[in-house]
Design a protein around this ligand. Sequence first.
Ligand code: CAA
Length: 294
Amino acid sequence: MEIKTIGVIGAGQMGGGIAQVAAAGGFQVIINDVAKVLLDKGLTTIGKNLDRLVQKERITESAKKEALARIKGTLLLKEMAGADFIVEAVTEDERIKLAVFKELDEICRPGVLLASNTSSIPITRIASATKRPEIVIGMHFMNPVPVMRLVEIIKGLATSEGTFQVTKDLAIKMGKTPVEANDYPGFISNRILMPMINEAIFALYQGVGPAEAIDQVMKLGMNHPMGPLELADLIGLDTCLAIMNTLYEGFGDPKYFPCPLLKKYVDAGYAGKKTGRGFYSYGQRATFGSGEKQ
Ligand code: CAA
């Protein structure tokens, strides 16, 4: 089946980014979210990102308009019946993802591949919510999607080689570099990244240093573009906690125990940059002991 229209479920920072790179790659896009305010926010962000690219003379004004015209927003999941390939990017909650896949399986035409942008939930488990496990796959983009080159591709136990090839080709057409990972909790990316972030949070929790010092050490000493705590704020502390829980439960190994401070911040609603507050404060209010960021 020729892929002309990509369906994206979720218009948050990942879904919006995926819709943007798909439209920029020449695909028609149908993007869905559950609330108008979320959908509108996602579409506005895509518009702003494309405006920035025009200002930097990376794309022309007409290319921007064409890309935007290829994106159609909808609140109705059933409109995914018009898509040739689906990328799900809803919140990192297994219950929600399984329910979405079950519904998509009923809505989408037979033969349409269902990909999940999950950052850690086993693809085999997600696929089992459908009657088409051989064409369910992990397609894990990195944040910010328009900038980061990697797409991690994960086959579930039943995923066919053909499904893998189609997904790999699609990632390349979207301007990304695919890398294959096996289906274990966290895959490759978050198996390595998230314990580092969790350890940085333990360092803050145990008073080894303030947030700024921990981030400076990793930026200046290890040449990381962002420190682990500011990166956690960018990813979302709720997502970081969900991934640590998946690693902890998936492997049953205490080395993946989520730091109590991470839990406390999430309980307080400090989910990072998207809520204006995480390990740093973004504009509105000051956090205790941590710095201000723009
Ligand atoms: N959307 C689109 N473009 C963005 C952007 C966004 N949210 N944020 C930054 N950019 C663009 C800027 O416009 C700029 O573009 P040009 O080079 O074309 O001018 C470029 O990115 C660099 O941005 P800045 O100069 O403003 O800032 P920077 O040099 O500090 O780079 C960064 C910002 C790209 C985010 C960089 O700090 C970085 O690479 N950080 C690490 C990000 C990372 O590790 N991501 C993976 C997270 S893990 C994940 O996503 C997986 C998971 O499952 C949790």
